[in-house]
Design a protein around this ligand. Structure first.
Ligand code: IMP
Ligand code: MG
Length: 185
């Protein structure tokens, strides 16, 4: 139902990039790796809203270790397809991260600005350790020096939607990930 062969949105065409099965397979692999590396810890998974909510829910259900979960919210894109270059904190974190092993959960790292901002925000709160897991990374778009510890897929520098990722707040409920078809350029 939520897995069309292609999507027409205004003048844009989006085509499948990763199927539901490919996404789930890769998340299981990430969960296995994280579970083995955090055997003796109870990490706090901190999701960056809104994009990471589906990834977070699948990732933690594949874990074989105990964990805690929290979310906070950033805004950088507004309704555009290109980053505004500004990051705002829209929802504060409620949990205590001091001396905890934290894992930041992102849907996608594009320029790296959000992760850079998050790293600075959390370093002040003195966690015991801090790692980042992102389902998608666009290596060609990175402008900031950031380390992503666990990467689901490296993708080309193109706009993607689905599986939590939005375009003007819509299409997050697609089961797969779709990429903007730029063959006309
Ligand atoms: P960055 O700060 O430039 O790394 O951008 C990170 C945030 O921008 C992500 O967490 C997403 O919310 C959003 N974003 C980046 N690329 C895309 C995309 O291709 N589709 C939808 N959202 C995106
Ligand atoms: Mg995000």
């Amino acid at each position: 139902m939520n897995s069309p062969d292609r999507l027409i949105i205004g003048n844009d065409e989006f085509v499948p990039l990763f199927s539901e099965e490919q996404i789930q397979q890769r998340i299981q692999e990430l969960a296995k790796q994280i579970s083995s590396e955090y055997k003796s810890a109870i990490p706090v998974f901190i999701g960056v809203l809104n994009g990471s909510f589906l990834f977070m829910s699948d990732l933690i259900r594949y874990l074989t270790i105990d964990c805690e979960v929290d979310f906070f919210k950033l805004s950088s894109y507004g309704d555009a397809k290109i980053s505004s270059g500004n990051v705002k904190l829209l929802k504060e974190l409620n949990c205590e991260v001091n001396e905890r092993d934290i894992i930041i959960v992102e849907d996608i790292v594009d320029t790296g600005l959000s992760i850079k901002y998050i790293e600075e925000l959390f370093t002040e709160k003195s966690p015991k350790s801090m790692k980042v897991v992102s389902l998608l990374v666009k290596p060609g778009s990175l402008k900031y020096d950031v380390k992503i510890d666990y990467i689901g897929f490296r993708i080309p520098d193109k706009f993607v939607i689905g599986y939590g990722l939005d375009y003007a707040q819509k299409y997050r409920n697609l089961r797969g990930i779709y990429v903007l078809n730029e063959k006309g350029e």
